[in-house]
Design a protein around this ligand. Structure first.
Ligand SMILES: Nc1ncnc2c1ncn2[C@@H]1O[C@H](COP(=O)(O)OP(=O)(O)OP(=O)(O)O)[C@@H](O)[C@H]1O
Ligand SMILES: [Mg+2]
Length: 257
């Protein structure tokens, strides 16, 4: 039997007349990398907000480790969020805090740590994982886009989460930096045994790193499976999406060579 850390069943969410999620079904297997792909504006970020309990669906169920997220109390949601790392779209670092302070933030605010030495050690450990030792005192404005993403990842990992949600981890990065982040996600998944759920429109990356790919289209998961299964899809929109991605890939390869 598959061991699901997260199970989403028939999720619906509308904003006024706009039906964004129209019956999403997906199970996220523990310890694996699951990538949800879909075009911009298809409701990927909305899905994450519903998982975190930051938005309520109109109907449907979300279970995190058996917790009924849709009907959970604020207290239960706070407990749940202590186990979930969240890498926001655009990294969303606090501009007025240094790298070190950004990573320490969830330790102080969510885990209520107060011991300076313990916090410093954890920050050090996280910066080592994302290969940014030495950047402790820098401010986000002094970092490149790729470095900011890595600090965002270090902050998401600091609380020692069971699962990390990545909202577009590589958007806006060049192909080389994209590959760095993809490798980092794989390293985190393998060495820390963290379940990774990624939403992305980067189909190349999905095929590189995913154990499972799910295609969100028109408010539902239209296709899902292992990369080799998804690659053989006959779904016309997914085929088109993959062909477009391949053409972009050829273009970037041409520029690089
Ligand atoms: N709080 C909200 N109120 C009204 N409409 C919203 C709200 N949040 C999202 N939407 C709408 O829902 C749709 C899906 O938004 P969402 O941010 O989930 O897209 P996305 O798939 O994450 O896109 P992208 O790849 O560009 O990040 C959009 O049309 C958006 O305008
Ligand atoms: Mg989004």
């Amino acid at each position: 039997m598959t061991d699901l850390i997260l199970d989403i069943q028939d999720l619906h969410k509308s904003f006024g007349p706009q039906q964004v999620l129209r019956g999403v079904n997906i199970g996220v297997e523990r310890g694996k990398i699951t990538v949800i792909i879909g075009k911009s504006g298809t409701g990927k970020s909305v899905l994450f907000k519903n998982i975190m309990g930051l938005q309520k669906p109109d109907s449907g169920e979300i279970f995190y480790e058996g917790l009924d997220v849709v009907h959970a109390s604020e207290r239960e949601l706070l407990d749940m969020r202590r186990n979930i790392g969240y890498l926001f779209q655009e990294a969303a670092l606090f501009d007025s805090l240094t790298v070190e302070e950004n990573i320490a933030f969830p330790l102080e605010e969510m885990l209520l740590w107060t011991e300076r030495g313990k916090i410093r050690d954890r920050v050090h450990e996280m910066l080592d994982i994302v290969d940014l030792l030495g950047a402790e005192k820098k401010y986000p404005s002094e970092l490149s886009g790729g470095m900011r993403k890595r600090v965002g990842l270090a902050r998401a990992l600091a609380i020692n989460p069971k699962i990390v949600l990545f909202d577009e981890p590589t958007t806006g990065l060049d192909p080389v930096l994209t590959q760095n982040i993809d490798e980092l996600i794989q390293k985190v998944n393998r060495t820390l045994a963290v379940t990774c759920l990624i939403i992305s429109h980067d189909i190349q990356a999905a095929f590189h790193i995913a154990d499972k790919i799910a295609f969100l289209y028109d408010g539902v998961i239209e296709v899902s499976g292992a990369p080799h299964e998804v690659r053989r899809t006959e779904h016309p929109m997914l085929k088109l999406f993959m062909e477009n991605a391949m053409n972009c890939f050829k273009d970037t390869e041409a520029v690089r060579s």
